[in-house]
Design a protein around this ligand. Structure first.
Ligand code: MN
Length: 430
């Protein structure tokens, strides 16, 4: 099916500011609360959100086989379950309806008033009910940097890393949309030079610059997804800040990997950008040497050129950009991650989320975590207001942005911006 929605010459009758992440070629999917406190599935063009539930009720999707309430839901899970063909039909129809030559809705003032909202009239929600969440570890630069700091500089990359898209199962219960403040977590740490652990607020809260993909129902239990088909089961991508407490992590992670250092909070950007919308920005992944096992082999362009940046804003201070990275640096592709995830027969459901792992680039200004940027505290980051940082401090706000840009076409993710609040006072024990 042609991706008519991707036609770069299309313009919308909805105004789109210069440098907007959301031209008519994007057509992301999200869930929001309207000015009337109704929850609905929607899309966005420029600075307007579009209520797809209302559009469907008004008959604008009548030629597409959709259940009546498919968009009148508090998550995209059922729509994502409908599969790639339906996603494409809906994106193409939205593109047609909002294209400047189309008068159907443009000339219907009453309908326009029902389906269109300005962004300040709505409140974005989590776009999917995330059943399971897996976090990979797919940036070679990040894995090497962490190996150097936490283990052995001579053997930074563990022997399995170049053969397996390494990952772990996380928790979905504490994944929140950007804009939701989080709290500094408590936990157990082993202070430097001590021989017994202490309990208290983490002193080393960090961000992880990641992206995450959302899947559809992909397989029955027992059926692996071939690497060459894996992308058919990926709905789209979001920005993902996988908050981490490095002091808790360092003490707890051997032998079974991260646990409480990671699951106190993770933040995602609220609009899911479809893989279809990213199609014009395909690039090759880094060359893989040694060649992976046959079930992980694929050819062609399996990654995307997505520019990423991280900004840190102290309380009452101006923002400082502290990292610039790119999704294309990832060593393992999403297709390889999903093929590996299911090769043992593990079932993947609609609305599952797979994090990429921290996306670090080759240069020190492209590292995707404070741990690496400040190199375990030895090279503090200087902010514009003169302060320095080795970790995220109370009331700091971390903002991540991502966008693709090619031949004047910009498709972006918006942002995920989160404030770290101080730890709650300790609870009194009875
Ligand atoms: Mn992570």
């Amino acid at each position: 099916m042609p991706l008519k929605a991707n036609d770069p010459s299309r313009k919308s009758w909805i105004p789109v500011p210069a440098d907007s992440d959301f031209p008519i070629q994007n057509i992301p999917f999200g869930v929001f609360l309207t000015r009337d406190d109704v929850i609905t599935i929607g899309t966005r063009i420029g600075d307007h959100a579009i209520d797809l539930g209302a559009l469907h009720q008004l008959g604008y999707f009548k030629d597409i086989p959709l259940t009546d309430d498919i968009f009148l839901q508090d998550s995209l899970n059922d729509f994502i379950s409908d599969g790639k063909k339906t996603w494409r039909l809906v994106r193409n129809r939205i593109s047609e309806l909002f294209e400047q030559g189309n008068r159907e809705l443009q000339d219907n003032e009453e309908h326009r008033g029902i389906v269109l909202f300005t962004m300040d009239e709505i409140e974005m929600q989590l776009p999917v009910q995330i059943g399971d969440y897996t976090d990979f570890y797919s940036s070679r630069e990040h894995a090497t940097n962490v190996g150097k700091m936490f283990r052995d500089p001579e053997n930074a990359l563990l022997p399995n890393w170049l053969h397996i898209p390494v990952g772990y199962h996380g928790r979905s219960s504490t994944i929140v949309p950007g804009g939701t403040p989080i709290r500094r977590p408590y936990g157990q740490t082993m202070p430097q030079g001590k021989d017994s652990p202490v309990f208290g607020p983490s002193g080393l809260v960090d961000f992880e610059l990641e992206m995450a993909f959302i899947t559809t129902d992909a397989n029955a239990m027992g059926d692996p997804i071939p690497v060459t088909e894996a992308e058919d089961y990926i709905f789209g991508l979001v920005l993902f800040n996988d908050w981490s407490a490095r002091d808790i992590q360092k003490w707890e992670y051997v032998p079974l990997g991260p646990f409480l250092a990671k699951n106190f909070a993770s933040s995602i950007s609220p609009w899911i950008i479809t893989l279809d919308a990213l199609e014009p920005f395909r690039v090759a992944s880094p060359k893989q040497e040694p060649e992976p096992l046959p079930y992980l082999r694929h050819s062609g362009k399996n990654s995307f050129d997505i520019r990423l940046e991280v900004e840190l804003t102290p309380e009452d201070g101006e923002p400082t950009t502290i990292s610039r990275s790119n999704f294309k640096y990832l060593y393992w592709s999403m297709a390889q991650q999903l093929a590996h995830h299911t090769v043992n027969g593990c079932k993947v459901n609609s609305g599952d989320m797979m994090g990429s792992g921290t996306i670090s680039g080759p240069t020190p200004d492209s590292y995707g975590s404070m741990l690496e940027l400040a190199w375990q505290g030895t090279r503090p980051i200087r902010l514009k207001n003169g302060e320095t940082r080795k970790a995220i401090e109370d009331n700091d706000t971390v903002t991540m942005r991502g966008y693709c840009l090619k031949n004047g076409l910009r498709i972006g993710f918006g942002e995920v911006s989160t404030k770290l609040l101080p730890a709650l006072p300790p609870r009194k024990t009875k």
